[in-house]
Structure formats: C-alpha cells, structure tokens
Design a protein around this ligand. Sequence first.
Ligand code: ADE
Length: 245
Amino acid sequence: MKFTVMTLFPDMILETAKTSIMGRAMEAGVLSVEAVDIRDYTHNKFRHVDDYPFGGGAGMVIEAAPVYECWQDIVRDKENKPRVVYMTPKGRTFDQQMARELAQEDELILLCGHYEGIDQRALDLIVTDEISIGDYVLTGGELPALVVMDAVARMVEGVLGNSTSAEDESFSGMYLEYPQYTRPRIFEGMEVPEVLLNGNHAAIEEWRLRESMKITLERRPDLIDPERMSAKERKIYAEIVKNHC
Ligand code: ADE
C-alpha cells in the first residue's frame, strides 16, 4: 500500500509515520509513505501558496495552481490515477468501514488543507473523496491524514504482526472490545478475573462477549443491533439488559 500525502508540512507526516507500527511496516516494505511539499510548486520567490479570498472574509485560501501542479507531478507516470482524499471537516465522517474499504486500494493520495481551505477549482479537478475525522475543526489536514493512514494501514495484510488482531477489536464487529489483562495475576490487590486463568476457551469466549456487550450497552448503545445478533448473543444480551434494569 502506498500513501502519497500532499501537504505544506511534509516533516510532520514523515516523522510521525516512521515511528511505531507504520514505520515498521515501511521498513518491511508492506507500506510506503511519501510526503510531497505543495510549496515546491509555487512560482513566486517567497514560496507563497495562499492569497486573499475573492468576495472578502477572514483568512487566506490556498491557490489552485500549486495544488494542481503538485498532483499532476505525482500522477504523471501513473496509468491508473489513485483516488485523492481531501481531509476536511466538510467530508464524510471517517469510520472503520471506510478504513476497510480504502485498504483495498493499492495507492492513495491524501490532500491536506490549511487556512480557510483550498481554491474550489483545484478540488473539483483532482479530489475523489472528502473525509472528516470528526465534528471539530483542526488547524490543518495533517493530523487527520495521519489518523486515516494509521487506520487504513492496519487493515492492510502484513502491517500488523498477527492478521487476526485487526478483526478482533472494537468497531470491527458490533461491540466495543472487552477488557484485557496480562501478568502479574494480582496488581495492587486487584485480581485478574478467574475465568481467564483456567484455560476453558468456551467460557473465556463467553465472558469476553458478555463484557463486550456490557461496555457497548453502557457507552455506545447506538452500535447494538439485536437484529444482527446470533442466538447465543441474543441470550446473553437479554441477561445483561435484565440485570441492568
Ligand atoms: N481539517 C480540519 N479539521 C478537520 C477534520 N475534523 N477532519 C478532517 N480534516 C480536517
């Protein structure tokens, strides 16, 4: 999987991406992250990329030309043009389903804006998708791009050490993740739940499902859909709801 990020802050992307699991995947050759500086495509000696908005108003707007020329340079030799994802609070709200879908692509271009945005004509020419990472406004698209890259990368085969770990977590299914414990068995007088210690895998699985359902019901009842439950899930769910009332 290859990410090419169009940005005014390439170091912010590269420094962050090269640490942690994304960096390891880059070293292993499963992932590639490139950051292209939009400022390299200006034609003025001050390397200004922005100008005042037509019609007036606060802030500055990134000009169409450097963004468009930067994109042309990236796709010049590519037969299939990758999707271009513009990070903006106006976009569709990012979720696990979108991460899974984007992970099917071989290559993605992420476009980061700043100031009051980018001249609409550049967006109309190159952007295929617009993504928001939530209902709040950040100063730029770099952090959102890193969030999207991280979530997409971990869905790509070979990025996580263990291929099952991407699935067995909150938002992959219907429920938030159950609590996890590791050694020691007793910490500050608090014991690990007995069921996790006895090697009874069916009992462990049921305990985990029950804990997942409890925490989901408590924090994100909107994620629960009894219509999609198996018979076993429905039985446990009914017990939890009964105990809750
Ligand atoms: N740029 C600024 N705020 C953003 C957000 N919430 N999501 C995506 N891009 C952004």
